[in-house]
Ligand binder design. Structure first.
Ligand SMILES: Cc1cc2nc3c(=O)[nH]c(=O)nc-3n(C[C@H](O)[C@H](O)[C@H](O)COP(=O)(O)OP(=O)(O)OC[C@H]3O[C@@H](n4cnc5c(N)ncnc54)[C@H](O)[C@@H]3O)c2cc1C
Length: 400
């Protein structure tokens, strides 16, 4: 069987669903089809489900990008999707409380939010197929064809004039068409996710920097307001598999930080933290969301970034703008800064001793720079202190 459409979006997460809705709402001239390999819309969830409040990032990111962020938030985050309001960020380093800082964020019901967007997409006239996995795609004439397996064992082909990879990293669209160079192992995180109980405050998100349990990343506790928490660890891919499974790190975190898992299985997923990929598309095939590397490298936030890239591609497709130009002007500067910040901080993230040394040099600078990294920002003064501090630590470590 061969199905024809004008636009095929592969992946119905924040990126793909947002783009599909943008196109149907803004009068895209053509058929839109969205497919996703999940049988149930956006379940199971592998995510901390933390989103910033409208004001949190305003002082920290440039106005044009902030405006796009605000639009994506306003168009997706309805009151009923908020399960808990967070006021504080508690920073824990190597099992010690280091700082408590203002942090107005929300823990959301991400699946409900995505379901709502998908409903709009269907009501807007797009075709949506769940339980449909894109196996490979290729150029065909002046468009593309993709082989799709459905959950009942059938297979069919979809022909499309434009093809969108919104299927996270690595994207089947990227792998099939060779759009980008991909990421190196050290630019990927393996992140785990589960629900847990433990004595953590309801209005406080906790970030744990402890290379003993989350080498090359961090662990988190995001309270849901009912005594349960979304928890997980992010471990750098080049280390994650050395001691067996990355789930071992998750279990270490649960054990050492007074948590008790209430979900039978620990889920995990690859998350890119190497900044935006070197290209965003080729011909009429484009990448958005995790598929293009749109995850803030210092904090792993990818829901809003996915929607930002979808918004920019949607604008390009409706108004004839150049997606690459929009991405380079609005989003790449922040992403490049954040990946540089992450790379400078890597030696600290990899070693408990280096982390201890850094704490001895200055708790204040550690707390301040990690806070800014969490807010997707980096003031020049912070950057300089962070750079000098890290050089000092490298020097002292090499002399010790
Ligand atoms: C453990 C963990 C915790 C996180 N916590 C947070 C957080 O608290 N806040 C935050 O902002 N971000 C968080 N993130 C990041 C965030 O979840 C992602 O960046 C975001 O969901 C990316 O959206 P996306 O649409 O690009 O990809 P996804 O949400 O991954 O959606 C991709 C979709 O594509 C589908 N798909 C994949 N391959 C195929 C295929 N071949 N054919 C058809 N469909 C396919 C998948 O089923 C999926 O539904 C976290 C990530 C992880 C792993």
């Amino acid at each position: 069987m061969v199905i024809k459409t004008d636009v095929l979006i592969i992946g119905g997460g924040p990126a793909g669903s947002y783009l599909a809705r943008y196109l149907v709402r803004n009068g895209f001239n053509g058929d839109v089809m969205l497919i996703d390999k999940k049988s149930v819309i956006y379940a199971p969830i592998i995510c901390g489900e933390l989103l910033p409040s409208e004001d949190l990032l305003k002082p920290w990111i440039n106005r044009d990008l902030y405006n796009v962020l605000l639009t994506t938030l306003r168009e997706t985050l309805r009151r009923e999707f908020i399960v808990n309001e967070i006021r504080w960020l508690r920073l824990v380093i190597n099992n010690r409380d280091i700082a408590r800082m203002p942090f107005r964020t929300y823990v959301i019901d991400k699946a409900a939010m995505i379901r709502n967007i998908i409903e709009d997409v269907i009501n807007g006239g797009a075709k949506v197929h769940f339980g449909a996995t894109a196996i490979k795609c290729a150029v065909k004439g002046d468009g593309y064809e993709c082989l799709v397996h459905d959950k009942d064992g059938g297979e069919y082909v979809i022909n499309a004039r434009a093809l969108i990879g919104a299927d996270a990293y690595p994207s089947i669209v990227d792998l099939s068409l060779g759009i980008t160079k991909g990421f190196r192992a050290e630019d990927l995180i393996i992140a785990t996710s589960t629900r847990a109980r433990g004595k953590y405050l309801d209005d406080e998100a906790v970030i744990v920097m402890d290379p003993g349990v989350a080498p090359g990343g961090f662990a988190w506790v995001f309270p849901r307001g009912d005594g349960t928490h979304n928890i997980g660890v992010g471990v750098r891919n080049n280390i994650a598999w050395k001691g067996g499974s990355p789930i071992n790190y998750h279990m270490l975190f649960v054990g050492r930080y007074g948590l008790e898992s209430i979900q039978r299985s620990v889920l995990m997923k690859t998350l890119p933290v190497g900044g935006l990929l070197n290209r965003y598309g080729i011909g009429n095939a484009y990448l958005i969301g995790d598929a293009v590397g749109a995850v803030i490298p210092t904090n792993g936030a990818g829901i809003n970034p996915a929607m930002i890239t979808a918004h920019l591609l949607g604008e390009s497709m409706i108004r004839g703008y150049d997606y690459a130009l929009l991405m380079n002007r609005l989003f790449r500067p922040l992403m490049d800064r954040m990946v540089m910040f992450r790379r400078i901080g890597d030696p600290l993230l990899m070693s408990r001793d280096a982390m201890e040394l850094a704490l001895r040099v200055s708790r204040g600078y550690m707390a301040g720079s990690i806070y800014e990294a969490t807010l997707s920002s980096m003031r020049t003064s912070t950057f300089l202190k962070f750079l000098i501090g890290n050089l000092l630590i490298k020097l002292i470590s090499s002399l010790a």
